[in-house]
Design a protein around this ligand. Structure first.
Ligand code: CFN
Ligand code: HCA
Length: 529
């Protein structure tokens, strides 16, 4: 690491000094100096934020409606709650959807019951039912499914949205699915992911009982949300290799594809944090194994596709994959070379959600840039420490109020797509069912900061003066007032795709403009005065 052990220690001290003793003790478990010699190094994560501390986290409603369910464009997603919850989430995530031949596309809409004081006092359930009927009646063609999302006040007054969904499913003849994703559930967006996974698994997955088989090397893209068009670049390369995507959860996802997802031969899990529940349940019920992949960064992408080829173990597919990779890598590397010259050795901080603070490290490495501080907002310990941390996780703060579905093998449809001994072998090779987490990729004396606060960010910026920070809208302008460029790794700031080969080149261009742009030198940071 370009920062010394001594400097790192002093920085952590300075961070903790500002807190009352109790808070300092708590935070000290979330601010970890990486030591690769310490086997099974630990970090605290997925815990309640201390009140008063400013963090970048969101809520369960954001994780359910905004993240996992919302991107399905051929469905209508109704928010039952005050209008602010809808307004502030309207189109900000930049998950993209292309209109299919059937013309269905409600992605640009924001549907809300606009809950008022009167509804809080007398109950909002009739208003909700009216809203669902109205949304159904207005449009032709009809939505494939209607989803309902509860916000905080709905949980507090106890509107029976599940009962309403059941009634409306019968009345309208299409699946109306209710999600009790009240914002206050859990400690972050993460609880909402879990709620969304459960709802999809119960009401959508496997509901196509007619289609018996989908031929070919079929996969589902899971935990890929098509931010800035990422999924389209991934699918371009997969298709070129001869790998067929059945369904995506959820970027550019369609309802019909989701109902057939159980027929894919393997699940490719991109963002483990948001979709692991469904991957596990699909494995139990239908025998579909999962492969952890990362499509961000040209070498990460290549490695991930090779894992898929290894899974299918088909000589033709393997040869085709190698051919495509040789061609694509050569092209991307030639285009990256120029940027790399200007970016080599520059330093980055990364603070993003539940997987990108890790995934993007591989792309920065392709550019010759070093990640010196990184952390998730709401990921769990296993996303840092790898799957082996699971048995050590004491209380899953998210799962306290969230139903664990009882899932059993489906006697008629359980269909592992590879023989048991092959699956065993693949498991041993860590091709399926395993992931490593962020920790092993962090160099000695780098810092891991879970659920970073604004105070901590300030100290880190002043101390280490990184060349770039990858983060989100809540701290972008604070960072830029320090004279340091911020690249949004949630919304991509109007840019993208950044996944795959072409995405990596887009990203390099964007990062180069920021890191080597001339504007920053006209800003005087406080330490320069
Ligand atoms: S697209 Fe994903 S990749 S789903 Fe998750 S954990 Fe969020 S919305 Mo923002 S960018 Fe972020 Fe991840 Fe998975 Fe996005 S890092 S915080 S809830 N996230
Ligand atoms: C969310 C969505 C978000 C916010 C982005 C940001 C996204 O958490 O509710 O803070 O910049 O990616 O849109 O993570």
């Amino acid at each position: 690491s370009p920062i010394s052990k001594e400097e790192t220690r002093e920085t952590v001290e300075e961070i903790l000094e500002a807190y009352p003793a109790k808070v300092a003790k708590k935070r000290s478990k979330h601010v970890i100096i990486r030591n690769p010699e310490e086997i099974d190094q630990e970090i605290a994560a997925n815990e309640r934020t201390t009140p008063g501390i400013i963090t970048q986290r969101g809520c369960a409603y954001a994780g359910c409606k905004g993240v996992v369910v919302g991107p399905f464009g051929d469905c209508i997603h109704i928010v039952h709650g005050p209008i602010g919850c809808s307004y502030y989430a309207w189109m900000t995530r930049r998950n993209q959807y292309k209109t299919r031949e059937d013309g269905r596309n409600w992605l640009n809409y924001s549907f809300s019951t606009d809950l008022q004081e009167e509804d809080i006092v007398f109950g909002g359930i009739n208003k909700l039912k009216t809203a669902v009927r109205e949304a159904y009646n207005i449009f032709d063609p009809k939505p494939k499914s209607i989803t309902i999302h509860a916000t905080c006040p709905v949980g507090l007054i106890g509107d029976d949205i599940q009962g309403a969904a059941k009634e409306l499913t019968e009345e309208l003849g299409l699946p109306v699915v209710a999600f009790n994703c009240e914002g206050y559930k859990g400690v972050s967006q993460s609880a909402g992911h879990h709620i969304a996974n459960n709802g999809f698994f119960k009401h959508w997955i496997g509901t196509d009982t007619e289609t018996e088989e989908i031929e070919g090397f079929t996969v589902n893209l899971m935990g890929e949300y098509n931010i800035g068009g990422d999924a389209w670049e991934i699918e371009r390369v997969l298709e070129k290799c001869g790998i067929k995507t059945v369904a995506t959860f959820s970027g550019d996802g369609t309802y019909d594809a989701a109902t057939k997802a159980h027929l894919a031969k393997v699940n490719l899990v991109m963002c483990h944090r948001s979709i692991n529940y469904m991957a596990t349940m699909m494995e139990t019920k239908y025998g579909v194994p999962w492969i952890k992949v990362n499509f961000i960064g040209i070498h990460a992408f290549a490695k991930s596709i090779r894992k898929v080829a290894r899974f299918f173990d088909n000589p033709e597919l393997t040869a085709r994959v190698e051919e495509v990779l040789t061609e694509e890598i050569a092209l991307a590397e030639a285009q990256l070379a120029e940027y790399r010259k200007r970016l080599e050795g520059k330093t980055v901080f990364l603070f993003v959600g539940g997987s990108r603070a890790h995934h993007y490290q591989e792309l920065f490495a392709d550019l010759g840039m070093k990640t010196i501080v990184a952390g998730y907002e709401f990921a769990h310990r296993d996303d840092y420490e790898g799957r082996q941390a699971l048995p050590k996780i004491r209380v899953d703060a998210d799962s306290r109020n969230i139903e664990e579905l009882e899932v059993e093998p489906d006697p008629e449809r359980y269909n592992p797509t590879r023989p048991p001994e092959v699956l065993e072998q693949l498991r041993e090779e860590k091709v399926i069912g395993d992931y490593e987490g962020m920790m092993p990729d962090m160099g000695e004396d780098t810092l891991l900061v879970d659920n970073i606060s604004h105070h901590e960010l300030d100290v880190l910026i002043k101390r280490f003066k990184p060349d770039l920070i990858g983060s989100g809208i809540k701290d972008k302008y604070i960072i830029e007032k320090f004279g340091i460029p911020c690249k949004q790794l949630h919304s991509y700031d109007y840019g993208g795709p950044f996944a795959g080969f072409r995405g990596a080149v887009n990203f390099a261009k964007d990062v180069d403009l920021r890191v080597n742009g001339q504007a920053w030198k006209y800003i005087k940071a406080p330490w320069q005065k």
